[in-house]
Design a protein around this ligand. Structure first.
Ligand SMILES: CC(C)(COP(=O)(O)OP(=O)(O)OC[C@H]1O[C@@H](n2cnc3c(N)ncnc32)[C@H](O)[C@@H]1OP(=O)(O)O)[C@@H](O)C(=O)NCCC(=O)NCCS
Length: 152
């Protein structure tokens, strides 16, 4: 049976549940940091909930103050719900919100193994988001990581 879910904006009360989710492959310290940021700036952050109201996925973002671009801090779908279209639905919803707000580009950092998921949606490798020093640091610490972007 197809997975039933709906999308809605992130709400402060969701954080109680989000702390308990498995955030792999993101280190716990970083997910905690992103969650704290999301409390203060929940715009463009969203969750997917199943028929029982249980959160099955979350999308956390950071938006450029000048309104030019948005960065996806993390997209995570509960392991039991992967392959059901939830991740794609969250990204499509985000793109619609960005277009409506006049944002021109979405950036994200992901692993080589997940690149095909984003490639289907039109995301392409683009290193220009990071200054050279940050790129070098990332290459040393996370050689499998890629910066992808999509112009809206
Ligand atoms: C990557 C992730 C968000 C995808 O969410 P999802 O709800 O499972 O994805 P969807 O069901 O919408 O998949 C859409 C398509 O992408 C493909 N896809 C999904 N995850 C993929 C992955 N990890 N690698 C390659 N392709 C993938 C699916 O097979 C599907 O293709 P199809 O339509 O031809 O069957 C989810 O697997 C996840 O949470 N992974 C762990 C966290 C992570 O790596 N997040 C991304 C880093 S920012």
């Amino acid at each position: 049976m197809a997975l039933q879910f709906r999308l809605r904006p992130l709400e402060p009360r969701d954080l109680d549940h989000l702390w308990t989710m498995n955030w792999d492959p993101l280190p716990r310290q970083i997910s905690t940091f992103y969650l704290l940021c999301a409390i203060g700036h929940p715009r463009f952050c969203s969750v997917a909930v199943d028929g029982n109201g249980r959160i099955v996925a979350v999308l956390l973002t950071t938006v450029d103050e000048a309104g030019q671009w948005l960065y996806v801090n993390h997209l995570i779908v509960d392991e039991s719900c992967r392959g059901g279209g939830v991740g794609t639905a969250l990204m499509n919803n985000l793109e619609s919100q960005c277009r409506a707000a006049g944002l021109r580009r979405i950036w994200l950092l992901t692993g080589v193994d997940v690149e095909p998921f984003y490639a289907v949606m039109g995301y392409r490798r683009d290193d220009s988001f990071m200054p050279p020093a940050a790129r070098e640091l990332m290459a040393a610490r996370r050689p499998d990581a890629l910066i992808l972007s999509k112009v809206l």
